[in-house]
Design a protein around this ligand. Structure first.
Ligand SMILES: [Zn+2]
Length: 186
């Protein structure tokens, strides 16, 4: 069920404004199969849309609060989305041959995105979702200095395992002996 719907009959050349709440329920279902989840509060989608012939130009702004998981310590990482969205929707029959209908739209920031509408309404839900995903970091971190989950001392491997520790003092007499033997051979 779509939430952000503009009815073609409501649009004109002068343009009209819409103000939608991006509810946490909507966010939760839109982000269900992603690494992101809904933040604590609802977001906002403001839309200015105008119709020229059968084309609909949408200039919108997406604001939402999302949550990701820190790649190092698994803590929640808040992600604020605050993006302008510009898109030109044309009737479905104008879609170029060979470009299949799909829920996955390739959206770009700072560009006019192209999409198509079927019937008498423009549905913005899939595009809003793609915009939110644009803001998902590849590797979310709660802070650049995050040191990850603290490993208890008894689970830490001894320092020698890493090879850069000073030689064990107990080997010192052996090293001396080796030096002495090497000298004798000369
Ligand atoms: Zn962290």
């Amino acid at each position: 069920m779509s939430t952000f719907v503009l009815k073609i009959q409501d649009l004109d050349e002068a343009g009209k404004d819409w103000n939608f709440a991006i509810g946490t329920d909507w966010l939760t279902s839109a982000l269900a199969d992603t690494e992101l989840s809904a933040g604590a509060d609802s977001g906002r989608l403001t839309v200015h849309a105008q119709r020229t012939g059968m084309d609909v130009l949408v200039q919108a702004h997406v604001e939402a609060e999302l949550s990701a998981t820190c790649a190092r310590c698994l803590a929640d990482v808040p992600i604020a989305v605050d993006l302008p969205l510009t898109a030109l929707f044309s009737p479905e029959h104008m879609r170029p041959h060979g470009s299949a209908e799909s829920d996955e739209i390739d959206v770009q920031l700072d560009e006019v995105n192209r999409d198509y509408y079927a019937g008498a309404e423009v549905v913005l839900d899939p595009m809003v979702r793609e915009y939110l995903l644009l803001e998902a970091p590849m590797k979310p971190l709660c802070s650049d200095a995050c040191e990850g989950i603290a490993i208890p001392d008894h689970l830490r491997p001894p320092a020698e395992v890493f090879g850069d520790a000073a030689p064990d003092a107990r080997f010192a007499p052996l090293l001396k002996l080796k030096e002495a033997l090497t000298k004798n051979e000369e």
